[in-house]
Design a protein around this ligand. Structure first.
Ligand SMILES: Nc1ncnc2c1ncn2[C@@H]1O[C@H](COP(=O)(O)OP(=O)(O)O)[C@@H](O)[C@H]1O
Ligand code: SF4
Ligand SMILES: [Mg+2]
Length: 315
C-alpha cells in the first residue's frame, strides 16, 4: 500500500481558560487521542454532533493551531515541529473551504483581489490568465471578477471560496461543512462541483459535516467522532455501523443540529462535559448497552473487528 497523504498519531488538543488571580484554570479536551490516515485521492468524511471536535481536528491537521500532544505527518513530513518557513512552503499543498463563504471572504476586495490573495501570500506572481481561469473552473462568468462578495448569491460565494482554496493546486483540501449554510438545491450543485474538481485535479478531501446522509453520498470512508474521540471508522458508505452511537445516528436519519437534537437522536442521558470527561466510555451515559466495565475503562479504537470501533460490546 502506498504511503497515506496524512497520518495522525495520538492527536490531542486541550484548551485552557481562566487561571487568573480570581478564577480557577479550566482545561477542556476538544480532540482526544486521534489516530487516522487519509489516503491520496480519498474523500474522508468526518461526522459528529456540533462541538465534538471536527473543526479543531481539521485545524490541527493543517497546523492552523498548535497540537497539545501527538503527531501529524503530511506526505512524510512531521508538521507539528516544522519551523515557520518550511511550514509556509508546506501550506501551499493544503487548503480549507469554510462553512460560511460570506464571513470568510473580505468584503472590501473584488473577486479578482480575493483570488489573487493566495499567490501574494506565497510570494508568487499572479499569472495573467489566472483569475478568469479560476472563475471558469468553478462555473462563474469572467465578468464577476470586478464584483464584490456582497453582490453574489450564497452559492456563488462558496464557488469563490472553492476557487481560492484551489488557487495554488493543493494536494489536500479540508471542506468544513461547505454546504451547511446553503439551500438544498444549491448544496447539490456545490457537491457536484467538488466531485468534478476532485476528479480533474486529483485532490484529496477531508469532508466535515454534521449530515450523515451527505457524507454517505460523497465520501469513501467515514470517521465518526464523539466528544473529541474517534468512535468508529466506516470503511465504505454501505458498511453497517457497529458502534451504538453511529447506529443511533443512522437510525435517526442523523442531522445533529443542536437545536433539534432532542427530537432527532433517540438518545437519553446527559452528555459529559468536555471539562470533565469520564474515565470510562464517554458514551456510557447515553448508551443502552453500557456495562460496569464501560463506566470504568475507556474502550480503545479496536482494529480486530471488520473495521475500527471503540466499544466493548459492538453491535
Ligand atoms: N479556540 C478555542 N478555545 C476554547 N475552546 C475551543 C476553541 N475552539 C474550539 N473550542 C471548543 O472545542 C470543542 C470542539 O469545537 P469544534 O472543533 O469547533 O467542534 P465542531 O466543529 O465539531 O462543532 C467545543 O467545545 C468548542 O467550544
Ligand atoms: S463501550 Fe459500552 S458504553 Fe461505550 S458504546 Fe460500547 S457498549 Fe456503549
Ligand atoms: Mg465545526
Amino acid at each position: 500500500m502506498s504511503e497515506p497523504l496524512i497520518r495522525t498519531e495520538g492527536l490531542t488538543k486541550r484548551f485552557r481558560s481562566g487561571g487568573g488571580l480570581f478564577s480557577r484554570e479550566r482545561v477542556m479536551t476538544a480532540v482526544r487521542d486521534v489516530t487516522l490516515e487519509i489516503a491520496r485521492g480519498e474523500v474522508l468524511g468526518v461526522v459528529g454532533e456540533s462541538g465534538c471536535g471536527k473543526s479543531t481536528l481539521a485545524r490541527l491537521i493543517l497546523r492552523l493551531i498548535e497540537t497539545t500532544e501527538g503527531s501529524v505527518v503530511f506526505d512524510g513530513t512531521e508538521l507539528t515541529a516544522l519551523p515557520p518557513t518550511a511550514l509556509r512552503a508546506m501550506r501551499k499543498r493544503m487548503a480549507m473551504v469554510f462553512q460560511d463563504p460570506y464571513s470568510s471572504l473580505d468584503p472590501r476586495f473584488t473577486l479578482a483581489e480575493v483570488l489573487a490573495e493566495p499567490f501574494r501570500v506565497q510570494g508568487h506572481d499572479l499569472p495573467n490568465d489566472a483569475v478568469p481561469a479560476m472563475l471558469a473552473a468553478v462555473g462563474l462568468p469572467e465578468a464577476l471578477a470586478t464584483s464584490y462578495p456582497h453582490q453574489l448569491s450564497g452559492g456563488q460565494r462558496q464557488r469563490v471560496g472553492i476557487a481560492r482554496a484551489l488557487a495554488l493546486h493543493p494536494d489536500l483540501v479540508v471542506l468544513d461543512e461547505p454546504t451547511a449554510s446553503l439551500d438544498v438545491s444549491i448544496q447539490a450543485q456545490i457537491i457536484a462541483l467538488l466531485a468534478d474538481l476532485r476528479d480533474k485535479m486529483g485532490l484529496t478531501y477531508l469532508f466535515i459535516s454534521h449530515d450523515l446522509g451527505l457524507v454517505r453520498y460523497f465520501c469513501d470512508r467515514i470517521v465518526v467522532m464523539y466528544l473529541g474521540s474517534v468512535v468508529e471508522v466506516l470503511p465504505n458508505t454501505q458498511a453497517a455501523p457497529r458502534h451504538p452511537y453511529t447506529d443511533a445516528l443512522m437510525r435517526s436519519g442523523f442531522a445533529p443540529d443542536p437545536a433539534r437534537r432532542r427530537e432527532i437522536v433517540p438518545l437519553g442521558g446527559e452528555i459529559p462535559s468536555p471539562f470533565a470527561l469520564p474515565a470510562g466510555c464517554a458514551f456510557a451515559t447515553r448508551c443502552a448497552f453500557a456495562s460496569d466495565r464501560c463506566r470504568r475503562e475507556r474502550p480503545p479504537l479496536s482494529q480486530g473487528l471488520s473495521h475500527p470501533v471503540a466499544c466493548f460490546h459492538p453491535l
